[in-house]
Design a protein around this ligand. Sequence first.
Ligand code: ATP
Length: 233
Amino acid sequence: MQDLVLKDCDTFYGKAQALHGVTLSVSVGQITSIVGRNGAGKSTLLKTLMGLQPLSRGQRLMGDNDLSDRAPHQLNKLGLAYVPEDRQVFPNLTVMENLAVSTFAHRTLEWSADKVLELFPRLGERRTALGGVLSGGEQQMLAIGRALLCNPRFLLLDEPTEGLAPIVVEQLVKAICRIRDAGVGVVLVEQNLSIPLSISDTILALETGRVRWAGPAGQVRDTPTLLDEFIGV
Ligand code: ATP
C-alpha cells in the first residue's frame, strides 16, 4: 500500500514561516502521532497534509503520485479525511443528518452509517439529537464518523481527545485503534505523550515548526525522557 509523504516542506502564514523543511511519512494500517507544545506547528502540519495550507516548498506524495498542488477536495477523493480541532459538526442537523451529508457526498465502500454507529454506540442513542446539543465527546465521535464515511485511506485527527472526560477519551482511543485495524492510516495530533505512547507506531516531535525527533514509538517507550526537551509544559 502507498504511503502518504510530506517531503522537506515549508509552510507560511503570510510572511511568517510555520513549518521548516518538515518530512513525514505515514503508512496505512498504522498510527503516526505528531506531538509538541502549543504553537509548535502540529495543526499546520495536518492542514498542510490536507491541502488546506499551501506548500511553499517541498512535496506531498502518495506512493509515486505527486499530489503537491492538489486542492483539499481532490485530496479527499484520493483518500484523505480530516477532523479539525473544532470538529465542525453541523449544529442544526441531527446526528443521522450529519452522517448523511457525508454519505451523499461520497460513494462509500468500507464504511456505512450503520458501521459508524457500531463503532460509536453512543451516536446510535443520540441519533435524533441535533449536532449543537451534543457533548464534546459525542461531537468528536460524530466528526470522526462523518470523516470515515469518506472511506479514507488516511484519517487526520487534530487533538481529538482534548478537554474530554477520561472515560470518553478511553472510548475514542479504542475506536481509533479499531479504525487502524480496519487498515486506515491514522495521523494523530496530541499535545502530550500519553496517548501517542500507548497506541502509536511512529512518533514525530515538532518544535517551532521543525521536526526535532521522529522514529518508532517503541524507542520513546524504552526511553521515556527522550522527548522531554520538545514537549512538556
Ligand atoms: P496548538 O497546540 O496550540 O494548536 P500547534 O502546534 O497546532 O498549536 P499551529 O496552530 O500549527 O501550532 O501554529 C504554528 C504557528 O503558526 C504558531 O506560531 C501560530 O501562531 C501560527 N499560526 C497558526 N495559524 C495561523 C494563522 N491562521 N495565521 C497566522 N499564524 C498562524
